[in-house]
Write a protein that binds this ligand. Structure first.
Ligand code: MEV
Length: 304
């Protein structure tokens, strides 16, 4: 018997970095998914076929945790496939971890609640990466658009809607741990200044939550611009992302910001529908690549 599960990638809408320090963020799941097929193998060792090498550690650790929890002896064969490459920063490691737990729980007929899947997956990613708020795990597990506090202290579904977003890939792979450490260093040496930036981001996140619930997109866009400026002050943006953000605004976006750790990966722009094409063109003109992604996607699920 074979079981297939999938989990979505994510985009950070507001609050990156500050979320690592206990402040809230807003994350949305996207319709680019990671698929995990699981079967009992009959072999001595577990077998993982994961073309994206980075992911096999996450799959391996998830299998170990799952087998330990349910005292399972059988070996399994896992195959993974993604709608997206791990280069773009949409969260393939988190999605594959979450989807592995879901596939195994179905294969062995062991019930795991979404909260349990979140907790187990967060543990796996912390063991491998040693850091992270878990916002990406939450998006992969619960889907939708979430108001999230580190470790899952708060996970609130924001009755999200499909946003008119343009996603631009900078062409540079971000080194998330490097940027998280960089902010941590600055937090040590310039504590009050950095704390002040986090407080301002915190304020934006709260306003953005209401803006999203009220569907006041011009307001949300303006909050994005402010969030991007604060991320620049934190020292996590790069000229390419700044250019893409600026080009989007000049082309008529309500607002734009980098999304994620910074240093590369993607930026997002919130745009009036009639400006979508011109914003996309503007991003391409400064060297960005458009990533086709629709937000507010469904969380982890079993695929037929
Ligand atoms: C990385 O995409 C977002 C950070 O806030 C780290 C995290 O929350 O785990 C920088």
């Amino acid at each position: 018997m074979k079981v297939k599960a999938s989990a979505p990638g994510k985009l950070m809408l507001f609050g990156e970095h500050a979320v690592v320090y206990g402040y809230p963020c807003i994350v949305t799941a996207v319709d680019k998914r990671l698929y995990v097929e699981a079967a009992i193998s009959g072999k001595k060792e577990d077998e993982i076929i994961s073309p994206q090498v980075k992911e096999s550690r996450f799959v391996l650790e998830s299998i170990t945790h799952f087998k330990e929890k349910f005292a399972i002896q059988d070996s399994v064969k896992i195959e993974t496939r993604g709608d997206f490459s791990h280069n773009v920063g949409l969260g393939s490691s988190s999605a594959v971890t979450v989807a592995t737990f879901k596939a195994l729980s179905s294969l062995f007929n062991k019930s795991l609640t979404l909260r349990e899947i979140f907790d187990l997956s967060y543990q796996v990613t912390l063991e491998i990466q040693g850091l992270g708020s878990g916002f990406d795990i939450a998006a992969a597990t619960f889907g939708g658009t979430l108001y999230f506090v580190a470790g899952g202290k708060t996970i609130e579904q924001l009755d999200g809607n499909k946003l008119s977003l343009v996603v631009g890939y900078s062409g540079v792979k971000a080194d998330t741990p490097f940027y998280v450490r960089k902010v941590a260093e600055n937090f040590k040496t310039r504590k009050s200044e950095i704390k002040n930036i986090f407080e301002k981001i915190n304020n934006l996140v709260k306003l953005a939550k209401h803006g999203l619930l009220d569907k006041n997109y011009s307001r949300v866009g303006s909050l994005m611009n402010q969030n991007h400026k604060l991320l620049r002050k934190l020292g996590v943006s790069i000229p390419k992302l700044d250019e893409m953000v600026k080009a989007s605004i000049l082309a008529g976006a309500w607002g734009a910001k980098l999304s994620g750790a910074g240093g590369g990966d993607c930026m997002i722009a919130l745009v009036p529908a009639e400006k979508k094409t011109s914003v996309e063109e503007a991003i391409k003109k400064v060297g960005g690549e458009i990533v086709d992604a629709i937000n507010n996607a469904q969380g982890v699920r079993i695929e037929k």
